[in-house]
Ligand binder design. Structure first.
Ligand code: ADP
Ligand code: ADP
Ligand code: ZN
Ligand code: ZN
Length: 749
């Protein structure tokens, strides 16, 4: 029972592999992108563990749990209950804060309900999500949304001309009929000509039955002014239509701190209850290390247990380097790295043992200093008697493994095997790409490019920035470094574009795409491919389009069918007729170099390049290879890409430009270290074409090769926000104060 046994796994590209993973230890999975790490760790082990738990639930719960496919594996023995910690950010909900997400807020409420003066009630009244505790004006949100009348109303128009600028209130919309049939208004009169009475009635009247409505007026319908109507339908707590009209609402709503509670979310009675001069909202507004100090100074025999619990949880947050956050910070404003660590804290406090923890690249967004914090949490989780699996590229995390499983040798059909399994020391001697990378000595840039001019930022104070003024050299490759939360994104994404609106941010956000967008359409190669097929077979190009004659009639070319389930989100399954290709089976008789169009869509870039030597194709495919994306298939849907893959694909569009300011955010995300070298060549090409390149990065290989470094810190949050260092790598290595310098020195030793 001391190991998990996986027998004959074949999911995706896995080559019928079997392995044993020791329990109560840390196993790190390495290998180039597409080698099969996720297929093994998430889609086989994670999915099977999840499925085995689901089997024990009632069918009602089972239906509501996420549907994992059944893994393609003969058998897995000795699985534990899984906890999967992925890179998804904590949800976008105004009611979720660092305090609620880490479970610190609950014992703090308890403390106030016991120790607070005066006594106002049980611990639940200190919750801003509880009607008895929440501020009545903002219903516990801390802010109020008000309708911006000048954005909602076009006074130059009449009701019939569409004066109310909001869906459903527009001519023909059902809400519009309430105003034009009410019998109150001349529907052709421009609103600027309304009397004060008419204006107030249109906008603000409270609910009533109009005395002389038009004949079209519904008998039971009531009249209400536009503003209270919008507030009622869209802005109240739990308003059903909020989400359906989010975009339109953005145009007409302004958000202000709630005047009644001043953003503290709670009602006056609850806020009057204090301990040591502070109410609960004052406490949650303190930086976590200051709150810890405050709690430590409270002396009470009677409440020692609660105090201890709060102290322990706060200490955990400090230990992972998030002491600068406040408990009242909304979780939807945290960075990806901050979110992931907040999720981890919650599990640190858990007393459950013998679980299977699975982490997906926990180093993302983290400076080497932060990575040490993460390593220490992972050790603690293991020491409690849990098994830890990590998919990771970061050398500092690979080193903490009790055991490394290296996958490869290549990607896609060239991968799916285990190249090495054993300790880190042995990995360096192994003959895979990972082993060879670790056997090499890293180097740094000794001949940096000279600036052609400077971009200047003056006196920036956004978020934690402390009146920062900085010059960014033009025409060179600059890396912005610093610990998580130090202010890198605030400076580069938040402030720089205010000074230089022409800057292009190439980020990891989703493409504007539909389910028909794939790698080929992104590269604008679909037309050329269709032409090759049409010419070879002397038929129409349209036959090879899934938007046109070539579409499978069953799924209309989508390749999937949606199954509508009553209670849960729709799920998709491959179309039965075309098997997921989206093409009409008739079309597949036409081939090009022995392959049907559906076969071609399944080719990886590596395989496709020999089949399509034409310059148009080979140029685009070579770019993808340079960016470490050779394992993608031509038909892979854009909505299946990870953030790192998206950013690298977007880079392909920049290669032709010159004189641009390009901003990248951690382009090394998800890249195997052996691919970083290729990425660097690509980035340097962009600079050689006379672009200014600014990259936020933690990867020491990339920092070491920059022309210019801007290091922000020294710490995170209020302890950061200053320029610690600016200069070349050679100068950085001599700097005694920068944390980045000390890690880089160790690394290059
Ligand atoms: P890694 O995690 O090492 O980057 P993956 O396990 O994601 O690699 O992918 C291994 C191979 O399996 C790749 O060739 C990938 O394209 C393929 N693959 C991944 N997911 C799917 C899927 N849902 N359907 C078909 N092939 C897939
Ligand atoms: P980095 O990019 O270096 O990780 P950020 O620029 O994201 O750091 O954050 C700098 C500081 O500003 C941190 O204390 C962070 O918590 C804070 N911060 C970032 N975004 C927001 C926001 N939307 N609201 C309030 N504080 C923020
Ligand atoms: Zn309020
Ligand atoms: Zn189909």
């Amino acid at each position: 029972m001391s190991s998990i046994k996986i027998i004959h796994a074949r999911q995706n590209n896995l080559k019928n592999i079997s392995l044993e993973i020791p329990k109560k230890s840390i196993t790190v999975f390495t290998g180039v992108s597409g080698s099969g790490k996720s297929s093994l760790v998430f889609e086989t082990i994670g999915a099977e563990a999840q499925r085995q738990i689901n089997e024990t639930q009632s069918s009602f719960i089972r239906n509501r749990l996420q549907h994992y496919g059944v893994a393609d594996v003969d058998r897995i023995e000795n699985l534990n209950v899984p906890v999967i910690i992925n890179q998804k950010r904590l949800g976008g909900n105004a009611r979720s804060t660092v305090g609620t997400a880490t479970d610190v807020y609950a014992p703090l409420r308890l403390l106030f309900s016991r120790m607070g003066q005066p006594f106002v009630g049980y611990s639940n009244v200190f919750s801003f999500n509880n009607p008895q505790g929440m501020c009545p004006q903002c219903e516990g949100l801390g802010f109020v949304q008000t309708v911006n009348v000048s954005a909602l109303i076009d006074k130059e128009k009449s009701l019939n001309e569409g004066a109310i600028l909001f869906p459903t209130f527009q001519p023909g919309g059902w809400r519009w009929t309430r105003y034009v049939y009410a019998g109150y208004f001349d529907n052709d009169k421009k609103l600027k000509d309304y009397t004060e009475d008419e204006w107030n009635r249109l906008l603000y009247a409270s609910e009533h039955k109009p005395p002389h409505p038009d004949k079209n007026w519904g008998k039971t319908v009531k009249y209400e002014g536009v503003i209270p109507r919008i507030e009622q339908a869209f802005l109240r707590k739990d308003a059903k239509e909020y989400h359906t009209r989010k975009q339109a609402l953005k145009q007409i709503i302004s958000i202000q701190t709630c005047p009644s509670c001043k953003g503290q979310r709670l009602n006056k009675k609850v806020l009057s209850c204090k301990i040591g001069g502070k109410n609960i909202a004052d406490c949650t507004a303190l930086a976590i290390d200051e709150l810890l100090h405050f709690i430590n100074n409270l002396q009470s025999e009677a409440y020692a247990v609660i105090l201890q619990e709060i102290t322990k949880k706060l200490q955990n947050i400090c230990d992972i380097g998030l002491q600068y956050l406040t408990l009242d910070r909304r979780t939807d404003t945290l960075s990806g790295g901050e979110s992931q660590r907040i999720k981890m804290v919650k599990y640190l406090g858990s007393s459950l043992v013998d679980l299977l923890y699975i982490f997906d690249e926990p180093s993302i967004g983290l400076h080497p200093k932060d990575v040490q914090h993460i390593a220490s949490i992972i050790h603690q989780i293991k020491d409690k008697g849990n098994t830890v699996l990590i998919v990771e590229h970061d050398p500092d995390l690979i080193k903490i493994a009790d055991q490394v499983v290296d996958m490869g040798p290549g990607s896609g059909s060239n991968g799916g095997e285990i190249i090495y399994q054993g300790g880190f020391a042995g990995l360096k001697q192994s003959d895979g790409k990972t082993g060879r990378y670790f056997a090499q000595r890293p180097s740094f840039n000794k001949n940096p490019r000279k600036a052609k001019g400077y971009l200047e930022i003056k006196n920036a104070t956004k978020n934690n920035l402390k009146n920062v003024s900085v010059r960014i050299p033009e025409g060179v490759f600059t890396v912005v470094a610093g610990v998580a939360g130090s202010g890198k994104s605030t400076l580069i994404h938040g402030v720089l574009p205010d000074f230089y609106p022409q800057a292009t941010i190439i980020d990891q956000s989703a493409f504007v795409s539909n389910v028909r967008s794939n790698v080929l359409t992104y590269l604008h190669l679909s037309d050329a491919l269709r032409k090759l097929f049409a010419d070879a077979n002397q038929v129409s190009e349209k036959l090879f389009s899934r938007n046109s004659e070539g579409a499978c009639k069953n799924c209309k070319g989508l390749g999937v069918e949606k199954i509508d389930l009553a209670f849960i989100d729709d799920i998709e399954q491959p179309c039965e007729v075309c098997g997921g290709s989206g093409y009409d089976p008739e079309v597949l008789q036409y081939t090009y170099r022995k392959l049907s169009i559906a076969d071609v869509m399944k080719l990886t870039i590596t395989d496709a390049i020999s089949l399509f030597p034409e310059p148009l194709f080979s140029k685009a495919f070579n770019l993808l290879i340079q960016l470490g994306l050779e394992y993608l298939t031509l038909g892979q849907r854009l909505d299946t890409f990870s953030g790192g893959e998206r950013q690298r694909l977007k880079l392909t569009k920049e290669l032709s430009g010159s004189g641009n300011i390009l901003i990248l955010d951690e382009p090394s995300t998800g890249l195997h270290p052996s691919d970083t070298e290729k990425l660097l060549i690509f980035l340097n090409q962009l600079v050689d074409q006379n672009n200014t390149l600014i990259v936020i990065e933690h990867n020491l290989d990339i920092i070491a090769r920059a022309d210019w470094i801007i290091d922000i810190g020294p710490g995170a949050g209020k302890y950061g926000g200053e320029i610690v260092f600016e200069g070349t790598v050679e100068q950085l290595l001599k700097n005694k104060t920068s944390v980045t310098a000390s890690y880089l020195n160790q690394y290059l030793k």
